[in-house]
Design a protein around this ligand. Structure first.
Ligand SMILES: [Zn+2]
Ligand SMILES: [Zn+2]
Length: 192
């Protein structure tokens, strides 16, 4: 149901850890072979990739292979619209999301992996229609690393309940839709 697509070089151990941890939250990820980030998405002046172009690439990839949801992961720096950078973006209740590990780097591998994983859970939450949450929850809005570091690496009970229903809905309607889904609102974890 959900594809995980590495853009360019992403550490194998990190992808494996994401796959393993995500499975604990009912997300069974199918890991694709790495694909090159489209050169058209690269902004030479900003030295960053345009997240909205990557979302489009991911959506096409997901649809062509019959996946309802797709999460891209890249070590490249991303921006969206007028933001300086984004940690991640997701089509709200839509098909595709992408995260960047570029600004999540930490001195320890453990802290780095924990930041990446929180970002994965957050964007997957948006993909399944979860909004930002004021509880002690991974769906808290963050625009800085210290905010990511203090938040919980799991959903609060309210979000978990909504998520479980949303996943079930997607499973049930999985074959009801065909063709390219419409684009949705984009929610980003970013600098403003
Ligand atoms: Zn919550
Ligand atoms: Zn968010």
């Amino acid at each position: 149901m959900i594809a995980l697509v590495p853009f360019g070089r992403v550490d194998g151990w990190l992808v494996e850890r994401i796959e393993r941890l995500a499975a604990k939250f009912f997300f069974n990820l199918s890991v694709f072979d790495s694909v090159p980030a489209p050169s058209s998405a690269y902004d030479h002046a900003r030295r960053q990739y345009n997240a909205s172009e990557l979302l489009l690439t991911l959506r096409n990839l997901a649809c062509s292979r019959g996946f309802q949801k797709v999460l891209g992961i890249t070590s490249e720096d991303l921006y969206y619209g007028s933001s300086l950078f984004v940690f991640g973006c997701a089509e709200f209740g839509g098909t595709s999301a992408v995260i960047s590990t570029c600004r999540l780097k930490a001195e320890s591998e453990g802290l780095f992996a924990s930041r990446v994983f929180k970002e994965v859970l957050h964007e997957l939450g948006h993909l399944f229609g979860l909004e930002h949450c004021m509880n002690d929850c991974v769906m808290t809005f963050c625009e800085r690393l210290d905010q990511i570091d203090v938040k919980k690496a799991s959903y609060c009970s309210e979000c978990l309940e909504k998520l479980t229903k949303a996943i079930e809905n997607v499973r049930q309607t999985s074959r009801a839709h065909s063709g390219t889904p419409q684009s949705r609102d984009i929610w980003c974890t970013s600098s403003r």
